[in-house]
Design a binder for this molecule. Structure first.
Ligand code: MG
Length: 388
């Protein structure tokens, strides 16, 4: 295909059927705005050179700030305000794409984050022959036309029916002509191909994918979430601290009476540190050393449970929540098991979990190694996190 290919993504709808106060394109899908997920696919589609996002009027800055800039979407060349109807928004996007020098236009719904780069490639290849091509799937269900009172009026011939999706690809001049004619006639269609068909031009149907759903209801959002990959992840954490005289001994947020305590920049709660590292590992977010540098005086003597709540908030921003934590403490003395219920309650509360989802175990090392010699204590933790 010769010439510049620009995608136009209409995302100007108020669409609040998903139940949120915000338009659906800003709702999180697997931790990122729905619109961002869709733009990420275009970013990975080599045949698309640039992207124009059409947003609610006045929402240009917010769209850039929340959906584009944090995610390194280099192809997004313009964010422009849309109109009252989808067709008006597409026309605004087409005007911006023309300024960029587009030869081919790819119109793609912001609410279809599961379209694959291969689908864009196939529809573009078909459009090179006809000037217009769209993704669609043959109807699998029988389709009836309803009359008054939901009474079936007619059964349509399914063998000739296709359900239309996006992407829809057009030679630029052709879509411009179709939009201009529709504007002149005050005609509105539910897809851009309908406007091109009205001119008597050919539109090729290209086999789309049943996965390429339009996210419209909360059920769609859950389905899309599942299709985007793992709903749970696992991480492990380890920590060790030195035992010294004259320090408090804090383990899993509980202060124990003992002849010595753990040395560290914060309260040196070795158990909570291992849990934080396990959570960060599960989410692929590094470790607590990166999040709370011990060169930072803000964390001197810090309450580790408070840091744990910050880790939970950090995960929430990425779309994850703790689901289960398993902790093993290595300490020669004092006896840990009498403190299990209090430790479990403290950790569970900071994690936002039921105590049953937090397990504690402790072991001595039978006098072996640094733990056995009571030079220090160590902790291992495993965390399971789930999509929030
Ligand atoms: Mg530590």
């Amino acid at each position: 295909m010769q010439g510049m290919v620009v995608a136009v993504v209409p995302a100007a709808g108020a669409g609040t059927r998903l139940g949120g106060a915000r338009p659906k394109q800003f709702l999180p899908l697997a931790g990122r705005p729905l619109l961002t997920r869709t733009l990420m696919v275009l970013e990975q589609t080599p045949q698309v050179h640039a992207v124009v996002v059409v947003c609610p009027p006045g929402g240009e800055d917010e769209t850039r700030r929340t959906c584009v800039e944090p995610y390194g979407l280099a192809k997004v060349a313009a964010v422009v305000p849309g109109g009252a109807q989808r067709q008006d928004s597409v026309a605004a996007g087409v005007a911006a794409a023309t300024k960029l020098g587009a030869k081919w236009l790819v119109v793609h719904d912001a609410a279809r984050p599961l379209a694959k780069p291969e689908l864009f490639a196939r529809v573009l290849a078909a459009a090179a022959h006809t000037g217009a091509a769209i993704a669609a799937v043959p109807a699998a269900d029988t389709i009836k036309q309803a009359g008054a009172d939901d009474l079936a009026e007619a059964t349509l011939d399914r063998s000739r029916l296709w359900l239309v999706q996006t992407p829809q690809v057009f030679e630029r001049g052709l879509l411009e002509r179709a939009l201009a004619q529709a504007a002149k006639d005050g005609y509105y269609a539910t897809d851009e191909a309908g406007l091109v068909e009205r001119l008597g031009e050919k539109v090729k149907l290209v086999m789309g994918s049943r996965d390429n759903i339009k996210v419209t209801t909360p059920e769609d959002l859950a389905l899309a979430q599942g299709m985007l990959g793992a709903a749970t992840r696992v991480g492990q954490g380890f920590d060790a601290h030195r035992l010294v005289q004259g320090r408090r001994l804090v383990l899993a947020g509980v202060e124990l009476t003992h002849s010595s305590g753990l040395l560290g920049h914060s309260d040196a709660d070795v158990a909570t540190h291992a849990v934080m590292d396990a959570l960060l590992a599960a989410a692929g977010l590094g470790d607590i050393g990166q999040m709370f540098p011990d060169s930072d005086p803000a964390f001197a003597g810090a309450d580790s449970l408070e840091l744990l709540t910050q880790v939970v908030q950090r995960l929430a921003r990425e779309g994850w929540r703790p689901a289960q934590v398993s902790l093993t403490l290595l300490a020669q003395r004092p006896k840990i098991s009498p403190h299990y219920p209090a430790m479990r309650a403290k950790l569970a509360s900071a994690l936002g979990l039921e105590p049953e989802a937090v397990n504690l175990a402790a072991s001595t090392t039978e006098g072996l190694g640094f733990v056995g010699r009571e030079e220090g204590m160590a902790a291992w933790a495993t965390a399971v996190i789930a999509r929030s």
